[in-house]
Design a binder for this molecule. Structure first.
Ligand code: FAD
Length: 187
């Protein structure tokens, strides 16, 4: 049983996984390698002078796995609520988790199939998004959403930031108190 299953390893999903894994939460990220970010050339990602989308996505995955997040290359086909958590079905097997973070970018098909409330997108070229509250919670308790699919502005610094925000909310809910992840320069 994982603490968190994250669907999507683009900037939103991998950023969320970095935080949940670094907080010691048993994390798996499931991704089928169709990130739109792979077509981007980035010169507006704060703190990084310039980087290609594919490189940003790879660095993000490495950061998450450095802290123990498992990365699985598969397509999620269904998410259903079970007794003790959620069953996440993929074309490469099943996973169980207490919490699920949906970070599927512009792809809303799975979310609609699972019964998550959707609405029309408000960002250019984004057709459908999930109806989430300010914390990133969907209409199904325990399923959260982050990044493009949660309706934020479609920019890597924002989708990655939203992934981090939602992860901190999930960690805080699991811990029962607000979570902070600060490291200091070793003197
Ligand atoms: C051509 C182009 C240029 C861009 N240039 C810039 C730029 O200069 N600056 C900038 O800030 N942003 C730019 N962007 C936008 C940026 O790429 C996106 O905004 C963004 O970061 C999306 O992040 P995300 O994590 O929400 O989605 P994505 O990066 O799309 O990640 C979603 C992931 O979910 C996976 N997934 C979806 N459904 C499933 C499923 N059922 N099972 C398993 N995996 C699934 C996909 O394979 C994908 O890897 C550009 C985008 C494009 C297309």
């Amino acid at each position: 049983m994982f603490d968190v299953v994250i669907i999507g390893a683009g900037p939103a999903g991998a950023s969320a996984a970095l935080f949940t894994a670094k907080a010691g939460k048993k994390t798996v990220v499931i991704d089928n390698d169709k990130s739109v970010t792979k077509r981007a050339w980035l010169e507006n990602h704060y703190g990084v002078a310039e980087i290609s989308g594919p490189d940003l996505v790879e660095v993000g995955k490495k950061q998450a796995s450095k802290f123990g997040a498992e990365l699985v290359h598969a397509t999620v086909t269904n998410v259903s609520k079970g007794e003790s958590g959620f069953k996440v079905e993929t074309d490469q097997g099943e996973f169980e988790a207490k919490h699920v973070i949906v970070a599927t970018g512009m792809m809303a098909d799975l979310a609609e199939m699972v019964g998550l409330t959707t609405k029309a997108g408000t960002e250019p070229r984004v057709k459908t998004i999930l109806d989430v509250d300010a914390a990133g919670k969907t209409n199904i308790e325990g399923i959260w959403a982050a990044g493009t699919i949660a309706g934020v502005s479609m920019h890597t610094i924002i989708t990655a930031g939203d992934g981090a925000k939602v992860a901190i909310n999930v960690i805080s809910e699991i811990n029962g108190e607000r979570y902070v992840d600060h490291d200091m320069i070793k003197s």
